[in-house]
Design a protein around this ligand. Structure first.
Ligand code: NDP
Ligand code: MG
Length: 378
């Protein structure tokens, strides 16, 4: 029986994780649940999964029937709960850099960290992977592309890798022209062709910033130099990513697009879990197609590569500017095109900063956000 802390329990990844836990009550127990402000959602989950601890950033009065649970409230409630709950594994599915502290704490207190929260790795970078290595913790990817690469790399058996190839759906605006992209509405951007996800990542998919963040994520997770990380647009999202070896052989991991695949793989690792996956029906799939990402219409991918290559706090600055711009877009206070232009301006107006510890990360993040708000005129 593994005790799992689910951070971001009310979200897309969190609820899919709990779906798998619910299917295997003899193997997994959700001992701790954390959310931001969806109190009703968290109460509902607490009633069905009976955790020992719950955390809610925006605290509210707890109903009588849930008062036996240990409650944590406030901005760093997920981190404090993670430190106290005694989980074996932490599934980190908070969105944004807000999850970084909890990830760092989970590495101290849990045997394994199942990581969906890519922004924690983009911003924490080497600090996260170094801590995992130093403490001998398993850092298991939940992001579908990284789970695919992780699975393909098992076949490497010590042989060098020529490159990894991240696949990319292309997002909701893949076939739109530049002018239409600039003015895309929130409802258009949130119509992702193949995945149902939280709104922040869905916006990132449409701008291709998500793929940029994933290039950075792959760099840290697999210790892969940026020039060995390629991206190919594959609209069907059936091939989740690929690894190429020195003899030209390419291994791919395929499956029906369902995040419970990579979530369950991380949960069961090194075993596999039957969560009721729909079989791939190759005959009815027809053709799988591939195209080069268009960095002219979707410049965020190139900005992320630039930040990764420059190193230091650049990925933190990129991420902070993007989080601010995406939030403004979702509130209806910025055009879609302003996401890319804000990130560009903030990168242009920033200077190199080294990252020695987490406080450097937060300093660079705060500065980038301040600059982004100024660019966005707020
Ligand atoms: P959602 O927006 O659906 O969910 C986010 C979750 O995090 C919610 O439970 C939210 O609580 C909670 N949360 C937000 N801030 C805090 C905080 N400060 N402390 C505690 N909890 C917090 O996002 P997704 O599930 O889509 O994505 C989560 C992460 O996983 C992201 O980093 C994303 O990039 C990554 N990911 C997601 C995929 C997907 O298919 N959804 C695929 C690959 C990666 P509340 O509900 O109360 O707001
Ligand atoms: Mg992904």
């Amino acid at each position: 029986m593994r005790k799992i802390a689910v951070l971001g329990a009310t979200g897309s990844i969190g609820t899919q994780t709990l779906d798998i836990i619910g299917q295997y009550p003899d193997r997994f127990r959700a001992c701790a649940l954390a959310a931001h402000s969806d109190a009703e959602g968290l109460f509902r989950l607490a009633r069905s999964f009976r955790p020992d601890c719950c955390a809610l950033v925006n605290g509210v009065p707890v109903p009588d029937d849930l008062k036996h649970i240990s409650w944590f409230f406030g901005p760093d409630s997920a981190r404090r709960m993670t430190a106290a709950c005694g989980a074996d594994d932490a599934l980190c599915a908070v969105v944004g850099i807000a999850g970084l502290d909890a990830v760092m704490t989970a590495l101290e207190t849990c045997e394994r960290v199942l990581l969906a929260n890519k922004e924690a790795l983009v911003t924490g970078g080497g600090l996260v992977t170094e801590k995992a290595r130093r403490l001998g913790r398993e850092l298991l990817p939940v992001d579908s592309e990284h789970s695919a690469i992780f699975q393909c790399l098992k076949a490497a058996q010590g042989n060098p890798v020529r490159r990894v190839i991240l696949t990319c759906s292309g997002g909701a605006l893949r076939s739109w022209d530049k002018n239409a992209i600039e003015n895309a509405r929130v409802e258009d951007v949130l119509k992702h062709p193949t995945w149902r996800m939280g709104s922040k990542i869905t916006v990132d998919c449409a701008s291709l910033m998500n793929k940029g963040l994933e290039v950075i994520e792959a760099h840290y997770l697999f210790d892969m130099p940026p020039e060995k990380i390629d991206v190919v647009v594959h609209p069907q999202s059936v091939i989740h990513s690929m690894v190429e070896f020195e003899d030209g052989a390419v291994l791919a991991q395929l499956g029906t697009p369902d995040m419970r695949g990579p979530i369950s793989y991380a949960m069961g690792h090194p075993g596999r879990i039957d969560y009721g996956a729909k079989r791939l029906d190759f005959a009815s799939l027809g053709a799988l197609s591939f195209e080069k990402p268009d960095e002219e219409r979707f410049p965020c991918l190139a900005y992320a590569r630039e930040a990764l290559t420059l190193g230091g706090a650049w990925p933190v600055i990129l991420n902070g500017a993007n989080e601010e711009a995406v939030a403004a877009f979702l509130r209806g206070e910025a055009r879609f095109g302003q996401i890319a232009s804000t990130v560009r301006r903030v990168l242009d107006e920033s200077a190199f900063e080294p990252v020695r510890d987490v406080s450097d990360v937060y300093r660079a993040d705060a500065l980038a956000r301040e600059k982004a708000r100024a660019v966005l005129g707020r």
